[in-house]
Ligand binder design. Structure first.
Ligand SMILES: [Zn+2]
Length: 219
């Protein structure tokens, strides 16, 4: 814990004074441009990877970067999505999975989660991706896990579109959905191209997106 408190003291001494004007402007309002949904994994830091400052990203993090479909008992993720889209009016939503994801590895390798019933229950929201993943042939386990990570991002992109706030925002052409996969070792990001249904290098294809108002009419 000491290193965390030392970090805060360093923030107070250096990082905060450098941003005193930024924080002054943010003291009573926020206008983030994007909703960023990622895994809780300690190795994926949205603000670091996208080089964003406080106030830029509205972030939801959970095991497996999961967005439950909209339903009769909406939970914290649904509430945060609704607030970001309906109240804050974010222009972009990024669902970002990552390499070596523990949650996706557990699913893809059928790891017994009886001793972690909350995790097991939560990961059921990735069931549609699991079924697709299991129906396909994979040469080895790492390939199967990597495919599961991709399939899960695609499934969560579908889930989030069951949320009425997102549906309306898409129809009104004021939000674009992005599906990313961050590779921890290389720092590379692959993005889902909704037109081709495949993942491509984000660096080489910065315009690529999963779903947008335009895409719905082209498709
Ligand atoms: Zn993960």
């Amino acid at each position: 814990m000491k290193d965390i408190i030392d970090g805060f003291l360093k923030f107070q001494r250096n990082a905060f004074p450098e941003r005193v004007e930024l924080f002054k402007g943010l003291a009573t309002q926020q206008s983030p441009r994007a909703l960023f949904i990622s895994c809780s994994d300690s190795r994926l830091v949205p603000e670091l990877v996208t080089q964003r400052e406080p106030g830029d990203l509205f972030v939801i993090r959970n095991a497996g970067n999961i967005v439950p479909s909209y339903g009769p008992e909406p939970g914290g993720v649904s509430a945060s999505v609704e607030y970001a889209v309906a109240a804050l009016q974010v222009a972009d939503i990024v669902i970002c999975g990552h390499s070596d994801c523990g949650a996706m590895t557990a699913i893809a390798t059928c790891k017994c989660l009886d001793h972690m019933p909350a995790v097991a229950g939560w990961l059921r929201y990735a069931d549609s991706a699991r079924v697709v993943n299991e129906a396909r042939q994979h040469p080895d386990q790492p390939t199967k896990v990597a495919a599961m990570v991709r399939e899960n991002v695609i499934a969560q992109l579908a889930n989030i579109q069951t949320h009425p706030s997102v549906r309306l925002a898409l129809e009104e052409g004021r939000v674009t959905l992005h599906g990313w996969i961050y590779d921890i070792e290389s720092g590379r990001i692959d993005a889902f191209d909704g037109h081709t249904g495949s993942f491509v290098s984000l660096a080489d294809n910065p315009q690529v997106h999963a779903v947008s108002h335009q895409a719905r009419h082209v498709a």
